[in-house]
Write a protein that binds this ligand. Sequence first.
Ligand code: PMP
Length: 379
Amino acid sequence: MKPIYLDWAATAVPDTAVLEQAFTESIQYYANVASRHDAGKQASELYESSRAAIARFIGCKPEELIATSGATEANAIILLSLLQKQKCSGTVLISSIEHDSIFNQARVLEKFGYTVKTIPVNRDGFIEPDTVASLLTDDTVLIAVMAVNNETGAIQPIEAIASIVASHKKPMHVHVDAVQAFGKIPLTIRNIHSMSLSAHKLGGPKGFGLLYLSEKKPIQSLFQGGNQERSIRSGTQNLYGMRGFALAVHNKNPQTAYEHVSAIAARLISGLASIPQVVLIPENRNSNANNFSPYIVACSVPGLTGEVIVRYLSDNGIMISTGSACSSKHTERRVLNAMNIDKKISQGAIRISLGPSTTQEQIDAFITMLDSCIKKYKP
Ligand code: PMP
């Protein structure tokens, strides 16, 4: 049986046509994008037209997009830029459900003198704009809130949060990790100063990402070198990555994909409901369905561990995960703990994540296999 891949939030199934075209072109236009000769200019034209195509999709200026090695680096550039300030003091607010590339990076800022405070989420995994409002102080320098949580699919009220921050008397930097939202659900950059994106979550190349940085909010990067990418991210520019990301974006029809994935997610959720031992995370996801990305569905079998379920399904050709691939080696469930989820539920948690080529048959096979896993280990 061909493996069934339901771990798209960790990385999407590669878009072969996209990767092949980008690879071929990166060999054809092999010159350094920054070289002044004709070959360099041709490479630069392809690189810049790719950047411009992504900028059009986002609705920003091409020069507001800075190439990075992925969203981890884009997040790090923003947080670490605070270390270029004259005085490393003030408060950095991050949500309690951020990806490790924000959460752990913020710990570094603490060592240099910043105070890092986490914004709690409610039981369903949402940051409430009023909570943010109550935490803003005159010494807040930066706030980081992700657009879609990578473990639960909860779509955060970014627009409302950004507008609350904008109306605060003291200006501060608003950063959004948009990795699980970009190209999947509508995104706005209104009142947002920076945003991180990752190409491989859309079927593009791994190891390439973009930092959207509003021209109104210049930063000083900690990285120094040959001054490429507005001097924010020096290093020889990655034509394969930029071209591959642009083609991956171009190849998507977010609306069509959204409709397809929504129908698949609905089938998945009703399949899960047919197994009495399964609980959704959060339990009342269905009553708030529009606020969840259909691309990510979390559930649990209390009494089993997520690891046992993932292993059983993997042995039977179905790939899912317990949560974030980046922290899959940790047994502690930071995001679920932040939601105050009962330990028995968080230990049995699994994440099923979907993509534009996920089929109903794959979902049905997953439900059958999950049911047989439960019958085997929890009769
Ligand atoms: N943020 C989120 C929400 C993610 O899901 C991921 C990927 N696991 C990242 C950041 C890191 O992205 P990248 O792999 O491009 O470094």
